[in-house]
Design a protein around this ligand. Structure first.
Ligand code: COI
Length: 368
């Protein structure tokens, strides 16, 4: 392999799916897909070996995988993933939102999990190659999009605890609408009791499946208590808010300033988080990244100095938060309705993503 030449979509060999959905079936499947439940006709793949590096790039029919039962990923969770979206603009073109941000984060996550790096051009090439064949799966209606899920995993059959000598890169895609059932609505947040998402020096900053597996039980407790998502506090003091099960969190103060937990190595550095900060600062707003004690947040909600809370992420976009709940309190934020600034940020972000506003930050990448 010529390691100096950038990888392009042309490096992906195409095997078409003979059973690809017909246009009417595809339209039907895309009508109101639950998040991550409908998959397109193809997936992109590449294989890495210790001796040969990356190669065997292909786009092939979407199908079950064949994995050795001893594969490292199945035993020791040597795995990282990403999430980004492709949007259909009114002019028929397809655009990606800040894909280089996801590529960079995947490289950082991979390093933490001792997986081989996927270069930015390799990452983008795989997305372009998949969209070249599955482009009709980018939805056109409302605020829907095609969610792209790249995945890296150790596939070598080896029960010894060491980095896999064989790694598979996979890219799959799902047409999606709103992440939360019931569309864009204010959600309720449960404060995790006795569980933490990440400790210092752990894998909290990496987008690796284990972080999400560990969130499932606290997330179930959230649901058992009538909430939509769980909020984790820091593991050292159980005092400062960090992030939700799968998204970052912001608070809006009555004086118009916006605060969000600073990234300390235990919080995922969200591409949407970063975009929200940039958008608000460009509007002249003060955005402060700092430690936020749960008790201060609670008292701020109670005395009216905190007027809005929202969650954000690729999947969640910007989602208003109505309530903060634990066994000992139930704080309703302002009147519980979607906050004005929250919906403004959501609008400003989605206007750029869907081409309704000028892309003044240079965030959108045209793929077709
Ligand atoms: C995303 O927002 O892309 C996520 O990865 C969150 C969740 C769906 C795991």
């Amino acid at each position: 392999m010529d390691v100096s030449a950038p990888v392009t979509a042309a490096d992906y060999a195409l095997e078409r799916n003979p059973n690809a959905a017909s246009a009417p079936d595809r339209e039907l499947a895309m009508e109101a897909p639950a998040f991550g439940m409908v998959f397109t006709d193809h997936m992109a793949r590449a294989t890495w070996t210790l001796e040969g590096g990356w190669g065997n790039r292909r786009v092939e029919p979407f199908a079950d995988l064949s994995l050795h039962p001893g594969a490292t990923v199945l035993h020791y969770s040597q795995q990282v993933f990403e999430g980004l979206k492709a949007y259909r603009w009114a002019d028929g073109s397809t655009r990606l939102f800040r894909p280089e941000g996801n590529a960079r984060r995947m490289a950082a996550s991979a390093a933490r999990l001792s997986l081989p790096p996927v270069s930015e051009d390799e990452f983008l090439a795989s997305v372009e190659a998949l969209l070249a064949v599955d482009g009709d799966w980018v939805p056109t209606q409302g605020e829907s999009s095609l969610y792209l899920r790249p995945l890296l995993m150790g596939t070598e059959a080896c029960l010894g605890v060491r980095p896999s000598h064989e790694v598979e890169y996979l890219l799959m895609a799902c047409p999606v609408g709103a992440y939360f059932a019931g569309g864009v609505r204010p959600v309720s947040i449960w404060v995790a009791q006795g569980f933490h998402r990440a400790g210092e020096g752990g894998t909290g900053q990496a987008k690796t499946g284990g972080n999400y597996a560990g969130s499932l039980m606290p997330q179930q407790q959230a649901q058992d208590n009538g909430c939509d998502q769980v909020l984790f506090l820091d593991a050292r003091e159980d005092k400062y808010i960090e992030e939700l099960g799968g998204m970052n969190v912001f608070a809006v103060r009555r004086d118009g300033t916006v605060v969000t937990p600073r990234v300390t190595g235990t919080i995922l550095e969200g591409v949407t988080r970063d975009s929200v900060i940039e958008l608000l600062r460009a509007e002249g707003r003060e955005v402060v990244e700092r430690d936020i004690a749960l008790e201060d947040l609670r008292s701020g909600i109670a005395d009216g100095s905190v007027v809005e809370l929202f969650a954000c992420g690729t999947a969640a976009v910007v989602t208003p938060i109505a309530r903060l709940v634990s066994p000992s309190f139930d704080e309703v934020v302002a009147d519980g309705g979607p906050g004005t600034l929250t919906m403004h940020v959501r609008g400003a972000l989605t206007d750029i993503q869907y081409g309704r506003a000028e892309d003044r930050f240079g965030w959108m990448t045209r793929v077709s």
